[in-house]
Ligand binder design. Structure first.
Ligand code: 6PG
Length: 462
């Protein structure tokens, strides 16, 4: 990805210096792509730093975690006051905050820069989420804005805020990516498990969904992945891929942060759990032998059932994004970042993995109003209302056939929990008060109260 970012900048007319610890990588890049612009390679770190005009913006693209600190330690002795290190990996936002503070103490500047779009995006135009010293932004802005994907003539990049806010935003982007992918995988599983449809036919169904409200990069690549035939077995390649999902951590971090902030992001968290469960290979094998469960056998899908599934996928997707945006709003208030949610929807319209037509609807909504929950925006409220019955039927069919749909069903449960003015938490409060005297509030008067449940049953003003 680092090489592709360098090529992207060179192609846009910027002079780029490149350095890799393994000098053969630098040589290969220059040999294969040196003619794409002004790309200058160094085999020596000091020479690399000296080749850059001051104040030097230096992009670091290495694995998140310790490698970032190691590269920074190597670079810092050669830097001059005001130079700017830019970490373009998927770093944990708290690491970025720490690194920013450490750099500031040395008179140096630091940017955490979320970059989404994979290898191809890095080359052709990613979505870029930079944060850090505002006074360093002017130095970085021209190349960030030009390297980013462009949608309707606008760059898919913007200054996000101070400290680790850019990496936080990128982290939630990835969390939403997890949820979106899990929902697509569940739709695929419903077509397999509930309706017995083959991978090739499922690809055709997704193809029919490419245009319309689900229009997105992830649906496009779903069609490609499901259509691919394995040359060795002559079967759909997807049928030959081991069903254990790996993860590098950004989805888990999103869920951890949401738990700390108290934001219910059920879709993202269920997507992380689903990956965890998928990797419990031996337990799954044992359970599949042990539990012979009675379920409804697969039945041929009618057009109406597929229309229900489409509606259920769309409604669940809206909930997943609404939850992600709420997390961003709460994090922004908690950490004082002043995030502009409309801008985030705007810069995710192109370049990134979750790019989708749908993000334009989110951007439009935030341009007019900032409801407490994205679901309250008129466009989304109507979509939820229209999809609700189809969504329930789809989840019910999946449950009857024994097809697990944790993201579909948790999104529906979240929606049902949200739309009820009165839920069952009154009983939770009663139980908490019973065993721990934690007190409760009453509907009919102000204050906190405790009942002496197991003593004389009287209520006291707490
Ligand atoms: C992106 C991707 C990118 C990476 C994910 C994969 O926005 O370009 O999200 O950052 O592909 O981190 O994450 P997992 O390995 O955890 O699925």
């Amino acid at each position: 990805m680092g090489a592709n970012l360098a090529r992207n900048a060179a192609r846009k007319g910027f002079k780029v210096s490149v350095y890799n610890r393994r000098s053969e990588r630098t040589e290969k890049l220059l040999a294969e792509h040196g003619d794409e612009g002004v790309l200058q390679g160094s085999t020596d770190l000091e020479a690399f730093v000296q080749s850059i005009a001051r104040p030097r913006p230096i992009v670091i693209m290495v694995k998140a975690g310790k490698p970032v600190d190691e590269v920074m330690e190597e670079l810092i002795p050669y830097l001059d006051e005001g130079d700017i290190l830019i970490d373009a990996g998927n770093s944990l936002f708290t690491d970025t905050e720490r690194r920013s503070a450490e750099m500031a103490q040395k008179g140096l500047r630091f940017f955490g820069m979320g970059v989404s779009g994979g290898e191809e995006g890095a080359l052709l135009g990613p979505s870029i989420m930079p944060s850090g010293d505002k006074d360093a932004w002017a130095r970085i802005e021209p190349f960030v804005m030009k390297m980013a994907a462009q949608v309707d003539g606008e760059p898919c990049a913007a200054y996000i805020g101070p400290g680790g806010s850019g990496h936080y935003v990128k982290m939630v982007h990835n969390g939403i990516e997890y949820a979106d992918m899990q929902l697509i995988a569940e739709a695929y599983d419903i077509m397999r498990g509930v309706h017995g449809i083959s991978a090739g036919e499922i690809a055709e169904i997704f193809k029919g969904w490419q245009k319309g409200p689900l229009d997105s990069y992830l649906i496009d690549i779903t069609v490609e992945v499901l259509s691919k035939v394995d040359t060795k077995s002559n079967k759909p390649l997807v049928d030959m891929i081991v069903d254990e999902a790996e993860q590098k951590g950004t989805g888990r971090w999103t869920a951890q942060s949401a738990l700390e902030l108290g934001v219910p992001i059920t879709a993202i968290t269920e997507a992380v759990y689903a990956r965890g469960l998928s990797s419990r290979r031996s337990q799954r094998d044992e359970a599949s032998r042990l539990f012979k469960v009675e379920t409804k056998p697969p039945f041929k899908a009618s057009a109406a059932e597929l229309a229900d599934l489409h509606a259920a996928l769309y409604a669940s997707k809206i909930v997943a994004y609404a939850q992600g945006f709420e997390q961003l709003a709460v994090a922004s208030n908690t950490y004082g970042w002043d995030l502009d949610l409309g801008t985030l929807a705007k810069i995710w319209r192109g370049g990134c993995i979750i790019r989708a037509a749908f993000l334009d609807r989110i951007r439009e909504m935030y341009a007019k109003e900032a409801p407490a929950n994205m679901l309250f925006g008129p466009y989304f409220a109507d979509a939820m209302q229209e999809s609700l019955s189809a969504w329930r039927r789809t989840v019910a069919r999946a449950i009857e056939s024994g097809t697990p749909v944790p993201a579909f069903s948790s999104c529906l449960a979240y929606f049902d929990g949200l739309r009820r003015a009165r839920g069952p938490a009154n009983l939770l409060q009663g139980l908490r008060d019973y065993f721990g005297a934690h007190t409760y509030r009453r509907l009919d008067k102000e204050g906190s109260f405790h009942t002496r449940w197991s003593q004389d049953g009287s209520e006291i003003d707490a």
